[in-house]
Design a protein around this ligand. Sequence first.
Ligand SMILES: NC(=O)c1ccc[n+]([C@@H]2O[C@H](COP(=O)([O-])OP(=O)(O)OC[C@H]3O[C@@H](n4cnc5c(N)ncnc54)[C@H](OP(=O)(O)O)[C@@H]3O)[C@@H](O)[C@H]2O)c1
Length: 290
Amino acid sequence: MSPCPHPPTAPPHPPPRSGERRPAPRSQAAIAAPEATTEPVPGAAPESSTPSKVILITGASSGIGRATAQRLAREGHHVVLGARREDRLIEVAQEIEAAGGKADVCRLDVTDRVAVTAFVNAAAARHGRIDVIINNAGIMPLSRLDALQADDWDRMVDVNVRGLLHGIAAALPHFQRQGSGHFVTVASIGAHQVVPTGAVYCATKYAAWALTEGLRLELDPSIRVTTVSPGVVESELADSITDEAAREAMRAYRADSIPPSSIADAISYAIGQPPGVDVNEIVVRPARQR
Ligand SMILES: NC(=O)c1ccc[n+]([C@@H]2O[C@H](COP(=O)([O-])OP(=O)(O)OC[C@H]3O[C@@H](n4cnc5c(N)ncnc54)[C@H](OP(=O)(O)O)[C@@H]3O)[C@@H](O)[C@H]2O)c1
């Protein structure tokens, strides 16, 4: 177990083999960073006039989370990156710092409620506040229901639903105390339509949508709530499919995709609105996707 906090320049483990995902040790949540700042980053070519925010992103080691971290850091925000593959987080943080941005890294398994709470609390303690949490971590091991891949069902519920709830529970007390905050949920087009092999995945994304809408309805308007629902996006998501038939079907389905930066742009738009403007939902998909 690596000591925490630790600098992003010192990967504690060799990189995993391609496609391999290393589980995190339980209950570890650490923030590593150079000195925190809430000022815009000099030379970082901010792309918006939004004041610098402290933004937590789960699942920041690849795909949409990674692109979002890079985009938001470029705008001058201080990003706090969580995922299980710490070596990949460090790579992302190093790229951000090389471009003049600020990033903290933290090895995190969102299925571990204690670890998620520690991740959020450590970020709040380090920076004095947290402004946004992007609950993005997700997996998609698709299969037909009659394939009875019950372990995959459990994993999807654990990461896509329980992981989201853990992020909400950890950040909400801070947002309420601050009188401000912003929840961003990365759901899916699967929160709006069900496809064969996608019943459980879509169920978890319908749940993510419902939980986020429930937050919006229940919370004080000082706390903003956004669901971003991507269509097919280039990423490592389909690597989590263990069922051979579903994997094959996905090759054709996912042939037409958009880059993760398209989703990062949507998230950036929602975050960049003035406090009185709450962007509740954005669906972004390839123009050809039906
Ligand atoms: N790509 C698409 O077509 C698409 C479409 C609709 C919605 N989405 C949603 O977008 C989100 C991001 O997915 P992506 O497309 O960017 O795929 P991705 O490249 O596979 O990224 C998924 C991220 O989630 C992290 N993750 C998975 N399990 C985790 C756990 N237990 N704890 C912490 N982090 C975990 C992964 O990091 P580690 O493995 O390092 O932990 C990775 O950073 C997901 O919620 C996905 O459902 C994607």
